[in-house]
Design a protein around this ligand. Structure first.
Ligand SMILES: [Zn+2]
Length: 464
């Protein structure tokens, strides 16, 4: 059984997709007004873990992530630099895609851009006006939250104190100012706008996600993700718009990840504790270490970023890398030892089960490290054989479909013929036929393989 914590119900629920074997996943993407910071990437990596786990569990996943390329922030940024909205956002869009690559975040199937879906948004706003959920005021269109009784259910907001008809124009606002919100904003001097049947203007941020998610995934989807700061007002408003328009449940499972703080404090530019991925790369941080750091704390816990904790994550990851290296470069006796392969299978199933329990990554990694400890101890007693090593490496590769932390470029395994030579040399040494052993070592070295005799056996390396 797979279960996730659903923000909507406030409880753990068994996960059942609408269509068997298929998951429709929508994740709120970046607002491309700046380089994303590491807190943004915490959310994207949590979503990547979720998606990779669903794939490992055998689901087909259809994943849509929007690009918000028009909203209050992008418009302000473009105006400040005196460039067009498109010119301004293009730089951040391409930076975002570069970042995803270095962090090994699997690409979504579709990255719809808000500016390319204005007609979809207009159609929804028109429909909301026709159905009486929205109204015009001074050329802008607002959603009337009183018309939607379920408003506030996701964010658990009490609407008692709500001032009827009070409106808010900005895309982002606090819970204290829950108001009718703008679906369509009337064109303002010096701001980009579209001529549409609603009048000239531009969409509010919230309608963008409602229009783009339902456009590609249909009116009802399985999972919608974001950071907890998206719950209100953004996701609350998405529910109101989508359900009022389509008259059916918008999202079955809402999954939100907690904040990332730096040295225990909220990240902010004025505090000087604000880091983009680029800032960290410039300091020499390996992005895959950062990936491992970001994914190894449970998504519903606050994550405290410190350079010390990043170092610890790096060291943990190194233990996994060393283990894999050891297995790939050791020579083993033919055959298999009892138990080793079943230990590998058990580790994999524990890993899967832990993730099936609301992505319990700590338990999943504990299963992996326990396994590494156990196998290392057997390695030192020479209780691992050739077939076992192959099975262990296969299990680790399976697990890396989710973690994505192992080196991408690995040395090719040795050919059976060269392995055979190494074994012959071992045999010769045992028989004290040192002339033959040395000749074989020399031959291997001529062919680019050097041998290292260790307490635990022989390791090989390729000469560059
Ligand atoms: Zn969104």
């Amino acid at each position: 059984m797979i279960r996730f914590f659903n923000t909507l119900s406030g409880s753990l629920e068994e996960f059942r997709p609408l269509k068997e074997g298929e998951v429709r996943l929508y994740t709120c993407g970046p607002t491309v007004y700046d380089y994303p910071h590491i807190g943004n990437y915490r959310a994207y990596i949590f979503e990547d873990l979720l998606k990779r786990f669903l794939l490992l569990a055998g689901f087909k996943v259809i994943h849509v992530m929007n690009i918000t390329d028009v909203d209050d922030k992008t418009i302000k940024g473009a105006a400040r630099q005196g460039v067009s909205l498109q010119e301004y956002t293009a730089k951040y869009i391409s930076a975002f895609f570069e970042d995803l690559k270095v962090l090994r975040i699997m690409p979504a199937d579709i990255y719809p851009r808000a500016t390319e879906h204005i007609p979809d948004m207009v159609r929804m706003v028109r429909g909301l006006l026709d159905r009486g959920y929205a109204y015009y005021k001074d050329g802008s269109v607002y959603f009337s939250i009183q018309k939607f009784p379920a408003y506030g259910r996701l964010a658990k907001i009490d609407l008692e104190e709500l001032k009827a008809g009070a409106r808010v124009d900005s895309d982002e606002y606090e819970k204290e100012s829950v108001h009718d919100f703008a679906l369509w904003k009337k064109a303002k001097e010096g701001e980009p706008f579209w001529e549409t049947e609603l009048g000239s203007g531009r969409p509010g941020w919230h309608i963008e996600c409602s229009a783009m998610s339902t456009r590609y995934l249909g009116p009802s989807i399985d999972i919608h993700c974001g950071g907890i700061d998206n719950i209100f007002p953004h996701h609350e408003n998405e529910i109101a718009q989508s359900e009022a328009y389509y008259g059916q449940k918008f999202v079955n499972y809402w999954l939100h990840c907690h904040h990332l703080v730096v040295e225990g404090e909220k990240m902010s530019k004025s505090r000087g504790n604000f880091y983009t991925l680029r800032d960290l790369l410039e300091r020499g941080v390996d992005p895959v270490d950062l990936r491992f750091f970001l994914l190894s704390t449970h998504y519903r816990k606050m994550l405290n970023f410190t350079f010390d904790s990043l170092e610890q994550a790096k060291a943990s990851r190194q233990r996994i890398l060393d283990f894999v290296y050891e297995l790939e470069h050791r020579t083993f006796a033919a055959g298999s030892a009892s138990e080793v392969q079943s230990l590998a299978e058990k580790m994999l199933s524990n890993f899967r089960e832990a993730l099936a329990d609301d992505l319990n990554i700590s338990a999943a990694l504990a299963a992996l490290f326990e396994f590494i400890r156990e196998i290392n101890s057997r390695l030192s007693r020479e209780q691992v054989k050739q077939d076992d090593s192959v099975a262990i490496l296969r299990a680790l590769a399976e697990l890396d479909r989710v973690l994505a932390i192992l080196p991408e470029k690995r040395e090719d395994a040795l050919s059976p013929e060269l392995m055979e030579k190494i074994e012959q040399r071992q045999k010769a040494r045992k028989e004290k036929n040192f002339a033959l052993a040395d000749a074989l070592r020399e031959e291997l070295s001529q062919r680019g393989i050097i041998l290292e005799d260790t307490k635990e056996g022989v390791r090989w390396k390729r000469i560059k």
